[in-house]
Design a protein around this ligand. Structure first.
Ligand code: TXE
Length: 481
């Protein structure tokens, strides 16, 4: 039986109180191992290890830090098959996706920030009225907290810890208790790469205990969090009296706006991906599809034809397009939204049911689902479902499309499909989101700012934005009168 232990001070350790959670394989519903159910004592031990290591790591040259991060990237790449299998088993995602996207991206996160830190610079200002010069020191914060979710477990964890470490901080990380296995495996690779002990510490367990202990720790001065909006609000409240730096990447309810003048085939194929990749469990999924009325009927038919070809199956099979949802409670939550279809004056056009897969009869599968809604005000269009469920509705004018897109509490990303340059620029300016994709979806360049507005979060990750988050700016003014 696999035991997901904490990784503290460069070694695997069982939780202080010897309490454990079940680790469940969502493709079969069976227990595959146990996960540390850590407490504040474990967090304290991790913090102390980080505090000690910070004395050296913060003074380690940028070149050396960069070299170690790059070695971690090499080791992730060398172990891609093993990590992809672990991720797929733990999370239910198709093995093909884990192998081609999740794990390569985890390596890329380390590789990217190993380079970015060598290019990071701060500002200086020459005199204005007096003989003085100002320059800014960008200093690491100390021990920082990184709390990550289950949907892209290693991808999103490394998206936080790589820049935190590159900038000279030590880390106490808390991966999601729902899918912690690859984070556990990462500890050993970090040791092998020569990351000094105590620089990265990983605590496993529940959000309300282990996660909360990180947020409430008086000396962990910055928290980078990705997860649900409610949890984000709770963390912001707990962190406020301690004046912590916060980066919150939360939920999304992203519009996918399709105009009749778009490149149709490209739009259709990409819309299938933006709807159902990772069982729709990505904060960037385009879960609200708005289609120009003249194209609406044709799109509906062609979209459903494409969806019929998607294979719901065991995550371990290479031919699977849609694997298992991450957990039973999550499957129930998503199916709960489907039950609300009739009362919300909406119609299921395709899907809507649980699927029983041969070899995984107790797993958490469901059909990709398309729901036609009659209004953007319904729950199906206002709440984050976070499953393989999209809604569609027609619009007639640009003004209407923009109003529909913005009429939601969230503001993470939006896609717009059009070949009209003026329209695409107008929408890019007017959409209330942190990210706009024109004629594409989830095309990522790690140098760009990443994050949302409204209930989708606060702050930006990526590029130099995140290196600024993980450093304190100190201005130095020298008078040479
Ligand atoms: O996330 P949680 P859940 C959305 C999605 C999903 C919903 C709930 O709609 O259905 O959130 O998912 C830790 N102090 N997203 O409940 O609870 C927790 O242990 C400190 C969107 O699984 O937010 C885990 O490590 N930490 C999203 C992490 O927070 C706490 C991705 C995220 O868990 C904590 C995932 C606390 N009090 C879900 N409570 C995205 N933005 O991509 C929990 N945690």
């Amino acid at each position: 039986m696999i035991a997901v232990k904490n990784y503290i001070n460069g070694a695997y350790q069982k939780p202080d109180r010897d309490l454990w959670l079940d680790a469940i394989d969502p493709s079969t519903g069976k227990v595959y191992g146990k996960i540390s159910n850590s407490s504040s004592e474990d967090v304290e031990r991790a913090y102390q290890a980080g505090k000690q290591a910070f004395k050296t790591w913060s003074k380690t040259s940028v070149e050396k830090r960069s070299e170690i991060l790059s070695k971690i990237a090499d080791l992730i790449e060398a172990n891609i098959d093993k990590l992809a299998e672990a991720e797929s088993m733990d999370n239910g995602k198709p093995i093909r996706l884990a192998k081609t996207v999740d794990i390569p991206r985890a390596a890329h996160n380390f590789r990217f920030f190993s380079h970015a830190i060598t290019q990071f610079f701060s500002e200086s200002h020459d005199q204005i009225s007096q003989k003085s010069i100002n320059f800014t020191l960008r200093q690491p914060i100390g021990v920082v907290g990184c709390i990550s979710p289950w949907n892209l477990p290693l991808y999103l964890l490394t998206w936080k810890i790589a820049p935190a470490l590159a900038a000279g901080n030590c880390v106490v990380a808390k991966p999601s208790e729902v899918a912690p296995y690859t984070a556990f495996l990462l500890g050993k690779l970090c040791s092998e790469a020569g990351l000094p002990k105590g620089v990265l510490n990983m605590i496993h367990g529940c959000g309300a205990t282990a996660g909360q202990a990180i947020v409430e720790h008086p000396d962990i001065k910055a928290i980078s969090f990705t997860g649900g909006t409610q949890t984000g609000a709770h963390i912001a409240k707990a962190a406020a009296p301690l004046f912590k730096k916060l980066s919150l990447e939360l939920g999304g309810k992203n519009p996918n706006i399709i105009f009749a003048d778009c490149d149709y085939e490209n739009m259709l194929q990409t819309t299938v991906k933006s709807s159902f990749t990772n069982q729709g469990q990505i904060c960037l999924c385009g879960s609200r599809i708005f289609v120009e009325k003249s194209l609406y009927n044709q799109f509906k038919c062609d979209f459903i034809e494409k969806i019929k070809q998607l294979k719901v199956g065991l995550p371990s099979e290479e031919s699977t397009d849609i694997g298992a949802l991450v957990s039973k409670p999550h499957l129930d939550k998503v199916l709960g939204y489907i039950e609300k279809t009739a009362q919300e004056r909406a119609t299921i056009l395709y899907g809507g049911n649980r699927v029983f897969v041969r070899g995984g009869e107790d797993g958490y599968y469901m059909q990709p689902t398309v729901i036609e809604v009659s209004s953007n005000d319904c729950i199906l269009n206002q709440e984050e479902i976070f499953g393989p469920v999209v809604t569609i509705m027609p619009f007639e004018t640009d003004k209407e499309a923009l109003a529909l897109a913005n009429a939601v509490p969230y503001g993470l990303s939006a896609s717009i499909w059009t070949n009209n340059l003026k329209r695409s620029l107008h929408f890019s300016e007017q959409l209330q989101t942190g990210i706009v994709w024109v004629n594409t979806w989830m095309q990522r360049d790690l140098r760009t700012p990443f994050g949302g507005v409204k209930s989708s979060g606060v702050g930006r990750e990526g590029g130099f934005e995140v290196l600024r988050f993980f450093t304190e700016a100190k201005n130095v003014c020298i008078n040479y009168e």
